[in-house]
Design a binder for this molecule. Structure first.
Ligand code: 5GP
Ligand code: ZN
Length: 134
């Protein structure tokens, strides 16, 4: 993809700080790090979002995320870590080449991803669970 910033990073046309690379994935430090150690895992093949991943790419992501998170924990000793992945503009996706965020969390860092919401009524949950069942 000619206009994709992450494809350019993967090709080496734009510099980045890589912490991991194999035939399928690279992991880089986020240039606008939400916290110290914010990492992005990218498939080398251009895939716009989660729906675009192959089954094999999808299957490779969690083991790699776990490995990198363990390295972050061993090196930076955060107090927690968020795994975040945005699909679509409304969900906050800004770069349309799939990436999984690993965001180490530190006590008092002030980051909030979700606002608290009122409890959903049982009948609404029951109906929705039927609709979403696979
Ligand atoms: P999104 O909002 O699409 O889930 O996240 C895009 C992420 O890519 C953001 O966290 C942003 O800081 C990061 N990002 C955007 N441009 C660059 C870049 O040129 N280099 C690196 N390393 N990260 C980038
Ligand atoms: Zn791309």
């Amino acid at each position: 993809m000619d206009n994709c910033i992450f494809c350019k990073i993967i090709k080496g046309d734009i510099p980045s700080h890589k912490i991991y690379e194999d035939d399928t994935f690279v992991a880089i430090l986020d240039i606008f790090a939400a916290t110290k150690g914010h990492v992005l895992i990218l498939p080398k093949r251009h895939a716009a979002d989660m729906y675009d991943l192959t089954e094999s790419e999808a299957a490779g992501l969690i083991p790699l995320a776990k490995k990198i998170a363990e390295k972050i924990n061993a090196t930076l000793s955060p107090d927690g870590l968020n795994v975040l992945q945005n699909n679509g503009k409304t969900a906050g996706q800004e770069v349309f080449h799939y990436h999984m965020h690993l965001i180490p969390r530190y006590n008092g860092d002030g980051i909030k991803f979700f606002k608290s919401a009122p409890q959903t009524p049982q009948d609404v949950l029951e109906k929705l669970a039927k609709e979403l069942k696979i």
